[in-house]
Design a protein around this ligand. Structure first.
Ligand code: GDP
Ligand code: MG
Length: 175
């Protein structure tokens, strides 16, 4: 029998790490170099199909990373079923910022929230390895310690992006 469930998902992370580009890639399967930066937050939806005729609809809140919007974040992660925390593998500071978001969610969000950590801009490190500032191994080890799903992705090429959402969908509780 077909089943349908919807879940609230929030994207968090430092400004310019590629949150909006990841969502745009997932929802429209497009990348656009000159996307304007997000003001406040944007709302989008997209569905994922799982085996056994299960449809998962994500209600996605793409937040602005700027410090001046930080006080708004709880509105978006409150009641969220899942979160994608994004960093940029070519920006050292962005992983520290991501870790702060993980801590904040672990303290303030739903107890059973599913958190995925996504290292974006993999295409840059693939074309020039010297641009990589965060080792995959380090982020992976951290993710394991904190019980997070972990991915390296590129919104630009699309590599790994669908997989984040598919993997989250598989972990969501469906009755
Ligand atoms: P946000 O502030 O986290 O929402 O980041 P944006 O999605 O607005 O992207 C910030 C900048 O990074 C833009 O110039 C994007 O074109 C660029 N960008 C985003 N994702 C990627 C990616 O996977 N690879 C590369 N090379 N650039 C990216
Ligand atoms: Mg944005």
């Amino acid at each position: 029998t077909p089943r349908f469930a919807q879940f609230k998902l929030v994207l968090l992370g430092e400004s310019a790490v590629g949150k909006s580009s990841i969502v745009h890639r997932f929802v429209k399967d497009q990348f656009d170099e000159f996307r304007e930066s997000t003001i406040g937050a944007a709302f989008l939806t997209q569905t994922v199909l799982l085996p056994n005729n299960i449809t998962i609809k994500f209600e996605i809140w793409d937040t602005a990373g700027q410090e001046r919007y930080k006080s708004l974040a709880p509105m978006y992660y409150r009641n969220a079923n899942c979160a994608i925390i994004v960093y940029d593998i070519t920006q050292e500071s962005s992983l520290e910022k991501a870790k702060q978001w993980v801590k904040e969610l672990q303290r303030q969000a739903n107890q059973d929230i599913i958190i995925a950590l996504a290292g974006n801009k993999l295409d840059l490190a693939e074309s020039d390895p010297s641009t990589r500032k965060i080792k995959k191994e380090d982020a992976f080890t951290y993710s394991r310690e904190e019980n997070l799903l972990f991915f390296e992705v590129s919104a630009k090429t699309g590599e790994g992006v669908k997989n984040i959402f598919q993997s989250i969908a598989k972990k969501l509780p469906i009755d």
